[in-house]
Design a protein around this ligand. Structure first.
Ligand code: NAD
Length: 513
């Protein structure tokens, strides 16, 4: 039985307890060209996952795309001058943004927590501080050399030009106006991961955060302005459906789309973007495998258990990189499944505002229903529910119990499709060829993890995984690594200096020496 906490009540009785909305039904407007902009189509409510009550009213962009157009025009108008500023000036602005995020971040945490349903630990420790870190990192990024020197080459005279020693360099230039479309889960962190490197490189951004949790992204508008960011460089337009995102992708004056979200939406965006040859950065879905090799000793197995449990305890599994499939050598399978089941049952599910809560709600009723239907489908296909599987007796809130499914085969839907919730599937393997086949057997390739007591062995095994990111005996991240996916998990890389490259075009310069 999963432990529950906070807003427990009997089925059917709505309680008003839970995470309090910090600014009940506050009405927001789009942030365009350094000003609040009244929405053309009114507002829609942003619902708190823990209380099912409105956190605030988000602006609804009109179907004609006029607000997106206004934001793109503002961005275009501001971008060229920004690109011509001294890198140290851009660095100073980004540094001040990081300072303000650090100073004001704690005040924004209640809003962030209310709209995302993140636990206190995740909301206070991993959202605003991480967003501040990203601006700080790309303040330094603005100062990174944008010129790649190339050795002069003797070139023969031709009908084209006289010969001689020809000098050359490749220089990174900003792409221009970048449309940033993000997923729910870590709204400010996701946006900072795009806006900070894009601004550092001299671009302007028009952001379209996810409909479920856009409010804190809107709150950043005045904060970035106060930090000295010129008007027009950071714009936010929101909407409850796909229209605002579609208008941004289809806008002829947007040079690049940086997208974080599902693979299915990513494919639609790529299709539209291709028509205008827009640059794209695609951070898409995942179906991470944690592979526990035969040589894993007790300490390594323990690390694997903690890593897999992060699928439940870290934002209720609404994480693209989560190790949602645990692939275990058959000699260790029963031991790992038993231990994971105990782990899942011990996690406290409940009101995310309660410091003791480890597993908060999912973002919406729709997402909870989707996750539940995957579990029901797995049962129907013959999988065994060894932990969770039932809706927790908590109301209000969109809760799903940490769930572990065993007896899963690689062909089952739950072993192939991204669930984006606190559900782990456990599959046994007999040898490493089979482990590789299962691990690589989905359309995704974002993040996998290898657990072995021999790091050299794990390193060699990693080479066989078709995945952009591999953790060896850890799910920890390194902020300087290139982050992105193989296969249908995306195109391009951000992270560290790779993030700067993603938001730039290479220009070659050639001259006679
Ligand atoms: P989603 O694809 O449903 O929505 C993402 C964004 O796209 C939202 O802002 C949405 O409004 C917008 N959108 C929807 N249709 C659009 C269209 N036709 N044109 C333009 N924009 C459109 O994703 P979600 O449910 O918000 O987030 C969950 C997904 O995000 C999961 O698949 C998860 O793996 C992925 N994700 C990936 C990463 C990564 O870095 N790879 C990080 C976080 C989340």
């Amino acid at each position: 039985m999963t432990r529950t906490q906070g807003t427990q009540s009997t089925q059917g009785t709505a309680s008003t307890k839970g995470t309090e909305s910090p600014t009940p039904a506050k009405s927001y407007r789009h942030w365009i060209d350094g000003r609040w902009h009244e929405p053309a189509a009114g507002h829609y409510p942003v619902i708190a996952p823990a209380t099912e009550e409105p956190v605030g009213l988000a602006p609804e962009a009109g179907a004609d795309g006029a607000e997106v157009d206004a934001a793109v025009r503002a961005a275009r108008g501001a971008q060229e001058e920004w690109a011509r500023t001294e890198p140290r000036e851009r660095a100073a602005v980004l540094d001040r943004i990081a300072d303000l995020l650090t100073e004001r971040g704690p005040a924004l945490v209640p809003l962030l927590q209310a709209e995302t349903g993140a636990t206190a630990k995740v909301a206070s420790g991993m959202q605003m501080p991480t967003a501040a870190d990203r601006f700080r990192r790309y303040a330094r990024g603005a100062l990174e050399p944008a010129t790649v020197p190339l050795a002069p080459q003797p070139v023969r005279a031709s009908a084209l030009a006289p010969g001689g020693l020809i000098g050359a360099a490749a220089v990174r230039r900003p792409v221009g106006v970048v449309g940033c479309i993000t997923s729910y889960n870590f709204p400010v962190v996701n946006l900072a991961g795009k806006a900070a490197p894009a601004l550092a490189m001299g671009n302007a951004v028009v952001c379209k955060p996810a409909p479920q949790d856009p409010l804190s992204c809107l709150e950043l508008g005045p904060l970035l302005q106060e930090a000295g960011l010129p008007d027009g460089l950071y714009n936010v337009v929101t909407g409850s459906g796909a229209a605002a995102g579609e208008a941004l992708v289809g806008h002829p004056d947007v040079d690049m789309i940086s997208f974080t979200g599902s693979t299915s939406v990513g494919k639609k965006i790529a299709e539209t973007a291709a028509k205008g040859m827009k640059r794209t950065l695609m951070e898409l879905g995942g179906k991470g495998a944690a592979v526990v090799l035969e040589d894993a000793d007790a300490r390594t197995v323990k690390s694997a258990l903690g890593a897999v449990a992060s699928t439940w305890a870290f934002h209720s599994g609404q994480i693209c990189t989560a190790p949602t499939r645990v692939l275990v050598h058959s000699s260790l399978y029963d031991e790992v499944v038993t231990a994971l089941a105990q782990y899942a049952e011990a996690l406290t599910v409940g009101d995310p505002a309660d410091p003791g809560t480890l597993v908060g709600p999912l973002i919406s009723a729709a997402q909870r229903d989707r996750v539940e239907s995957y579990v029901a489908g797995a049962r129907a296909q013959g999988a065994r529910v060894v932990a969770g599987g039932e809706r927790p007796a908590l109301k209000p809130g969109f809760y799903v119990a940490p769930t572990l499914l065993a007896g899963v085969t690689p062909e089952m839907t739950v072993a192939r499709e991204e669930i984006f919730g606190p559900v782990v599937v456990a599959l046994p393997f007999e040898d490493e060829d089979e482990a590789v086949r299962i691990a690589n057997g989905t359309p995704y390739g974002l993040s996998d993890y290898v657990f072995s007591s021999d790091a050299g062995h794990a390193w060699a095994f990693a080479a066989r995984l078709r995945s952009g990111n591999i953790g060896i005996n850890t799910v920890q991240r390194h902020p300087e690594t290139p982050f992105g996916g193989f296969k249908e998990s995306g195109i391009g890389r951000d992270g560290g200096s790779f993030g700067l490259h993603a938001y730039s075009e290479l220009q070659s310069l050639v001259w006679p020496s």
